[in-house]
Design a protein around this ligand. Structure first.
Ligand code: BEZ
Length: 250
Protein backbone atom coordinates (compact mmCIF):
# COMPACT_ATOMS: atom_id res chain seq x y z
CA UNK A 1 0.00 0.00 0.00
CA UNK A 2 1.40 3.44 -0.95
CA UNK A 3 1.57 6.57 1.16
CA UNK A 4 -1.11 9.20 0.77
CA UNK A 5 0.15 12.12 -1.32
CA UNK A 6 -1.56 15.45 -1.95
CA UNK A 7 -1.95 17.61 -5.04
CA UNK A 8 -2.88 21.16 -3.92
CA UNK A 9 -4.38 22.14 -7.31
CA UNK A 10 -6.60 19.03 -7.48
CA UNK A 11 -7.53 19.61 -3.82
CA UNK A 12 -8.46 23.26 -4.46
CA UNK A 13 -10.56 22.30 -7.52
CA UNK A 14 -12.42 19.28 -6.16
CA UNK A 15 -12.13 19.32 -2.37
CA UNK A 16 -12.73 22.99 -1.55
CA UNK A 17 -15.80 21.82 0.39
CA UNK A 18 -13.47 20.70 3.20
CA UNK A 19 -12.53 24.29 4.08
CA UNK A 20 -15.97 25.70 3.15
CA UNK A 21 -17.62 23.37 5.66
CA UNK A 22 -15.05 24.32 8.31
CA UNK A 23 -16.74 27.60 9.23
CA UNK A 24 -18.51 26.17 12.32
CA UNK A 25 -15.27 25.00 13.86
CA UNK A 26 -13.65 28.31 12.98
CA UNK A 27 -16.47 30.03 14.90
CA UNK A 28 -15.78 27.71 17.82
CA UNK A 29 -12.08 28.72 17.71
CA UNK A 30 -13.09 32.40 17.81
CA UNK A 31 -9.57 33.71 17.05
CA UNK A 32 -8.54 37.01 18.63
CA UNK A 33 -6.18 39.64 17.17
CA UNK A 34 -3.39 39.33 19.75
CA UNK A 35 -3.27 35.57 19.96
CA UNK A 36 -0.68 33.16 18.68
CA UNK A 37 -2.40 30.28 16.84
CA UNK A 38 -1.20 27.01 15.33
CA UNK A 39 -3.17 25.45 12.45
CA UNK A 40 -2.36 21.75 12.77
CA UNK A 41 -2.68 19.97 9.40
CA UNK A 42 -3.12 23.26 7.57
CA UNK A 43 -3.37 21.68 4.12
CA UNK A 44 -3.28 24.30 1.36
CA UNK A 45 -3.95 27.05 3.91
CA UNK A 46 -7.52 28.15 3.16
CA UNK A 47 -8.55 28.22 6.82
CA UNK A 48 -5.08 29.37 7.94
CA UNK A 49 -5.70 32.42 5.76
CA UNK A 50 -9.09 33.01 7.40
CA UNK A 51 -7.50 32.86 10.86
CA UNK A 52 -4.71 35.18 9.67
CA UNK A 53 -7.29 37.75 8.58
CA UNK A 54 -8.05 38.23 12.31
CA UNK A 55 -4.92 37.08 14.15
CA UNK A 56 -1.46 38.36 13.28
CA UNK A 57 0.57 35.44 14.62
CA UNK A 58 -0.52 32.27 12.83
CA UNK A 59 1.61 29.24 11.97
CA UNK A 60 0.55 26.27 9.84
CA UNK A 61 2.10 22.83 9.98
CA UNK A 62 1.47 19.93 7.62
CA UNK A 63 3.31 16.70 6.80
CA UNK A 64 2.82 17.30 3.06
CA UNK A 65 5.54 19.49 1.46
CA UNK A 66 3.29 20.33 -1.51
CA UNK A 67 0.48 21.54 0.76
CA UNK A 68 2.90 23.62 2.87
CA UNK A 69 4.27 25.15 -0.34
CA UNK A 70 0.70 26.13 -1.35
CA UNK A 71 0.19 27.73 2.09
CA UNK A 72 3.47 29.66 1.81
CA UNK A 73 2.40 30.91 -1.63
CA UNK A 74 -0.59 32.56 0.06
CA UNK A 75 1.92 34.65 2.06
CA UNK A 76 1.32 32.70 5.27
CA UNK A 77 3.73 31.09 7.76
CA UNK A 78 3.94 27.32 7.46
CA UNK A 79 6.44 24.50 7.92
CA UNK A 80 6.58 20.84 6.98
CA UNK A 81 6.22 19.00 10.27
CA UNK A 82 4.43 15.88 11.41
CA UNK A 83 2.03 16.54 14.27
CA UNK A 84 3.27 13.39 16.00
CA UNK A 85 6.73 14.94 16.45
CA UNK A 86 6.02 18.60 17.16
CA UNK A 87 8.68 20.38 19.21
CA UNK A 88 6.87 23.61 20.20
CA UNK A 89 6.81 24.39 23.93
CA UNK A 90 4.49 26.83 25.69
CA UNK A 91 4.08 28.78 22.44
CA UNK A 92 0.43 29.04 21.36
CA UNK A 93 -2.78 30.46 22.82
CA UNK A 94 -4.73 28.04 20.65
CA UNK A 95 -4.18 25.01 18.45
CA UNK A 96 -6.76 24.60 15.69
CA UNK A 97 -7.31 21.62 13.41
CA UNK A 98 -9.87 20.93 10.68
CA UNK A 99 -10.23 17.60 8.82
CA UNK A 100 -6.70 16.48 9.63
CA UNK A 101 -6.56 14.53 12.91
CA UNK A 102 -8.16 11.41 11.38
CA UNK A 103 -4.97 10.94 9.31
CA UNK A 104 -2.87 10.68 12.50
CA UNK A 105 -3.28 7.26 14.02
CA UNK A 106 -0.73 7.97 16.75
CA UNK A 107 -3.30 10.21 18.44
CA UNK A 108 -1.58 10.04 21.84
CA UNK A 109 1.67 11.59 20.54
CA UNK A 110 -0.37 14.26 18.75
CA UNK A 111 -2.35 15.17 21.89
CA UNK A 112 0.85 15.23 24.02
CA UNK A 113 2.55 17.49 21.44
CA UNK A 114 -0.44 19.84 21.34
CA UNK A 115 -0.51 20.02 25.16
CA UNK A 116 3.19 20.90 25.32
CA UNK A 117 2.86 23.48 22.52
CA UNK A 118 0.08 25.37 24.33
CA UNK A 119 0.50 28.09 26.92
CA UNK A 120 -1.27 27.46 30.26
CA UNK A 121 -5.07 27.68 29.75
CA UNK A 122 -4.51 27.50 25.98
CA UNK A 123 -7.26 25.85 23.94
CA UNK A 124 -7.34 22.96 21.48
CA UNK A 125 -10.26 23.35 19.08
CA UNK A 126 -10.92 21.11 16.16
CA UNK A 127 -13.06 18.89 14.00
CA UNK A 128 -12.28 15.63 12.25
CA UNK A 129 -13.87 12.35 11.24
CA UNK A 130 -15.64 10.64 14.14
CA UNK A 131 -16.99 7.14 14.71
CA UNK A 132 -18.91 5.92 11.64
CA UNK A 133 -17.34 8.47 9.30
CA UNK A 134 -17.41 7.34 5.63
CA UNK A 135 -18.39 3.81 6.76
CA UNK A 136 -20.20 3.17 3.47
CA UNK A 137 -17.24 4.33 1.40
CA UNK A 138 -14.82 2.18 3.41
CA UNK A 139 -17.01 -0.90 3.09
CA UNK A 140 -17.25 -0.47 -0.69
CA UNK A 141 -13.47 0.00 -1.08
CA UNK A 142 -12.81 -3.05 1.10
CA UNK A 143 -15.24 -5.14 -0.94
CA UNK A 144 -13.71 -4.15 -4.28
CA UNK A 145 -10.14 -4.79 -3.10
CA UNK A 146 -11.10 -8.17 -1.61
CA UNK A 147 -12.90 -9.21 -4.82
CA UNK A 148 -9.87 -8.38 -7.00
CA UNK A 149 -6.98 -10.46 -5.67
CA UNK A 150 -4.41 -8.51 -7.74
CA UNK A 151 -5.30 -5.32 -5.82
CA UNK A 152 -3.57 -6.59 -2.68
CA UNK A 153 -5.01 -5.77 0.73
CA UNK A 154 -7.09 -2.80 1.81
CA UNK A 155 -5.59 -1.00 4.78
CA UNK A 156 -7.59 1.64 6.57
CA UNK A 157 -5.30 4.65 7.28
CA UNK A 158 -7.90 6.57 9.29
CA UNK A 159 -8.69 7.06 12.98
CA UNK A 160 -12.38 7.80 13.65
CA UNK A 161 -12.90 7.66 17.45
CA UNK A 162 -16.11 7.77 19.45
CA UNK A 163 -16.81 10.99 21.39
CA UNK A 164 -16.23 9.43 24.83
CA UNK A 165 -13.00 7.77 23.65
CA UNK A 166 -11.49 11.01 22.36
CA UNK A 167 -12.69 12.87 25.47
CA UNK A 168 -10.79 10.37 27.65
CA UNK A 169 -7.65 10.64 25.52
CA UNK A 170 -7.70 14.42 25.99
CA UNK A 171 -8.47 14.24 29.72
CA UNK A 172 -5.75 11.63 30.30
CA UNK A 173 -3.29 14.12 28.83
CA UNK A 174 -4.24 17.06 31.05
CA UNK A 175 -7.04 18.73 29.08
CA UNK A 176 -10.39 19.84 30.43
CA UNK A 177 -12.99 19.08 27.74
CA UNK A 178 -15.52 21.90 27.33
CA UNK A 179 -17.35 20.44 24.35
CA UNK A 180 -17.25 17.15 22.44
CA UNK A 181 -19.95 16.43 19.84
CA UNK A 182 -20.39 13.70 17.25
CA UNK A 183 -22.27 15.26 14.34
CA UNK A 184 -23.52 13.35 11.28
CA UNK A 185 -22.91 15.67 8.33
CA UNK A 186 -23.94 14.20 4.96
CA UNK A 187 -21.53 15.90 2.58
CA UNK A 188 -22.24 16.59 -1.11
CA UNK A 189 -19.45 15.49 -3.44
CA UNK A 190 -19.98 17.85 -6.37
CA UNK A 191 -17.11 16.36 -8.37
CA UNK A 192 -18.47 12.83 -7.88
CA UNK A 193 -17.26 9.85 -5.94
CA UNK A 194 -14.46 8.90 -8.35
CA UNK A 195 -12.79 12.28 -7.82
CA UNK A 196 -13.19 11.84 -4.05
CA UNK A 197 -11.48 8.45 -4.26
CA UNK A 198 -8.64 9.86 -6.38
CA UNK A 199 -7.96 12.58 -3.81
CA UNK A 200 -8.69 10.91 -0.48
CA UNK A 201 -7.94 7.25 -1.23
CA UNK A 202 -4.87 8.20 -3.18
CA UNK A 203 -2.83 5.83 -0.97
CA UNK A 204 -4.75 3.00 -2.67
CA UNK A 205 -5.08 4.17 -6.28
CA UNK A 206 -1.64 5.78 -6.74
CA UNK A 207 0.13 2.40 -6.66
CA UNK A 208 -2.18 0.81 -9.22
CA UNK A 209 -1.47 0.46 -12.93
CA UNK A 210 -3.88 2.63 -14.99
CA UNK A 211 -6.18 -0.24 -15.98
CA UNK A 212 -6.48 -1.53 -12.41
CA UNK A 213 -7.18 2.00 -11.14
CA UNK A 214 -10.04 2.32 -13.65
CA UNK A 215 -11.50 -0.98 -12.43
CA UNK A 216 -11.16 0.04 -8.76
CA UNK A 217 -12.85 3.38 -9.38
CA UNK A 218 -15.71 2.08 -11.51
CA UNK A 219 -16.48 -0.97 -9.33
CA UNK A 220 -16.43 1.16 -6.15
CA UNK A 221 -18.69 3.75 -7.81
CA UNK A 222 -21.06 1.01 -8.94
CA UNK A 223 -21.35 -0.43 -5.42
CA UNK A 224 -21.94 3.00 -3.90
CA UNK A 225 -24.39 4.42 -6.43
CA UNK A 226 -27.56 2.85 -4.98
CA UNK A 227 -26.59 4.10 -1.50
CA UNK A 228 -24.92 7.50 -1.93
CA UNK A 229 -26.33 8.84 -5.22
CA UNK A 230 -29.74 10.31 -6.07
CA UNK A 231 -30.90 12.26 -9.14
CA UNK A 232 -32.06 15.07 -6.87
CA UNK A 233 -28.95 15.50 -4.66
CA UNK A 234 -26.16 13.87 -6.68
CA UNK A 235 -23.40 12.17 -4.65
CA UNK A 236 -23.61 12.67 -0.88
CA UNK A 237 -21.00 11.01 1.37
CA UNK A 238 -21.73 9.72 4.86
CA UNK A 239 -19.45 12.07 6.80
CA UNK A 240 -19.62 12.18 10.61
CA UNK A 241 -17.72 14.97 12.41
CA UNK A 242 -16.21 14.91 15.86
CA UNK A 243 -16.05 18.54 17.00
CA UNK A 244 -14.33 19.50 20.24
CA UNK A 245 -13.10 22.33 22.43
CA UNK A 246 -10.63 21.50 25.18
CA UNK A 247 -8.49 23.66 27.48
CA UNK A 248 -5.02 22.96 28.90
CA UNK A 249 -5.56 22.76 32.67
CA UNK A 250 -2.26 24.15 33.95
C1 BEZ B 1 -12.94 13.44 6.42
O1 BEZ B 1 -13.70 13.00 7.26
O2 BEZ B 1 -12.78 14.65 6.26
C2 BEZ B 1 -12.21 12.47 5.57
C3 BEZ B 1 -11.88 11.25 6.09
C4 BEZ B 1 -11.19 10.35 5.32
C5 BEZ B 1 -10.84 10.65 4.05
C6 BEZ B 1 -11.20 11.88 3.55
C7 BEZ B 1 -11.87 12.79 4.31
Amino acid sequence: MNRQTWNPQQYQENASFVAELGSSVLNLLNPQPNESILDLGCGEGTLTEKIASVTKDVMGIDASPSMVQATLEKGLNAVVMSAESMTYKNTFDAVFSNAALHWMRDYDSVIKGVFTSLKPKGRFVGEFGGHGNIATLIEAMETVVSQNKNMGQFTNPWFFPKADEYKSYLENNGFCVIDMSLIPRPTPLKAGVKEWLKIFANHIVSGMPTEMEKIFLSQTEQLLKPILYTEKDGWVADYVRLRFHAVKKL
